[in-house]
Design a protein around this ligand. Structure first.
Ligand code: ADP
Length: 251
């Protein structure tokens, strides 16, 4: 599905980013893994190599322009092009009502989730335009199409990712570049496992988990599959699509 494609993945050191990197490699892509977390990123590279794939790691902070230029250049230096860009690194906010969100916390969320996604597209689009095409998948969230209690800053940041996705899709469609976004709901981590267990045993569950009609969080792999499809030529008629994959959370 991604045979011989060069794929650049930010936030590839854990979660959805790692699962998608492994799956892209499995589908035949060569990977450039970007993450702030060096140990996580290197581990993803090791896992890809273990399954017979090819990958390199670049340590970078996606919110810093010089780091973004560096990881884009590293991809071009290593492989000569960027066919797929999974613009995925992101952070969550400390849950708080709006008036209680620290200004520094607001800036931190915006800097990674909005500025980071903007900068990634800004520099990757130049490369894709020059080579005559490409596919970008941004990680938004169900919080990009609705909000949850105590997460207004995060929600604002993910709504911005949706806006950037649609804007870039319009501007680059004639250049052969497709830009789409995935909107995960809850994804299983060590932390959320406990909440899921409570849901299944009929115990107390926060509203958002109760709203997950499937009654469980997603495995990172289930989001990875969606990201790989959008990244691939199989999604040739899709651009500007905001693809919700949330187990029924937003229903
Ligand atoms: P998810 O479960 O949604 O995939 P994770 O927190 O597991 O979320 O993954 C997000 C990844 O993004 C982590 O590997 C994290 O290190 C990375 N990341 C977060 N902020 C930055 C940043 N500023 N620059 C680069 N990578 C980042």
């Amino acid at each position: 599905m991604l045979n011989e494609k060069i794929a650049l993945v930010t936030g590839g050191g854990s979660g959805i980013g790692r699962a998608t990197s492994l799956k892209m490699a499995g589908y035949g892509a060569k990977l450039v893994i970007v993450d702030f977390n060096e140990a996580g990123g290197q581990e993803t590279v090791r896992l890809i190599q273990e399954q017979g794939g090819e990958a390199i790691f670049v340590q970078a902070d996606v919110s810093k322009a010089e780091d973004v230029q560096r990881y884009v250049q590293a991809a071009v230096d290593a492989f000569g092009r960027i066919d797929v860009f999974f613009n995925n690194a992101g952070i969550v906010q400390k849950f708080n009502r709006l008036a209680d969100i620290e200004e520094s916390e607001f800036d931190r969320i915006m800097s990674v989730n909005v500025r980071g996604v903007f900068l990634g597209m800004k520099y990757v689009l130049k490369v894709m335009e020059q080579q005559g095409g490409g596919s970008i998948v941004n990680t938004a969230s169900t919080a990009g199409v609705k909000s949850e209690h105590s997460a207004s800053a995060y929600s604002a940041s993910k709504h911005a990712v949706v806006g950037l996705t649609k804007g870039a899709a319009i501007e680059y469609v004639k250049k052969g570049i497709r830009v789409n976004a995935i909107c995960p709901g809850g994804v299983e981590t060590a932390l959320t496992k406990g909440v899921e267990a409570a849901f299944l045993s009929g115990g107390y569950v926060p509203e958002e988990v109760g709203n997950m009609r499937m009654g469980r969080y997603a495995q990172p792999d289930e989001l990875a599959e969606v990201a790989c499809f959008l990244a691939s030529d199989r999604a040739s008629y899709m651009t500007g699509s905001i693809v919700v994959a949330d187990g029924g959370l937003t229903l």
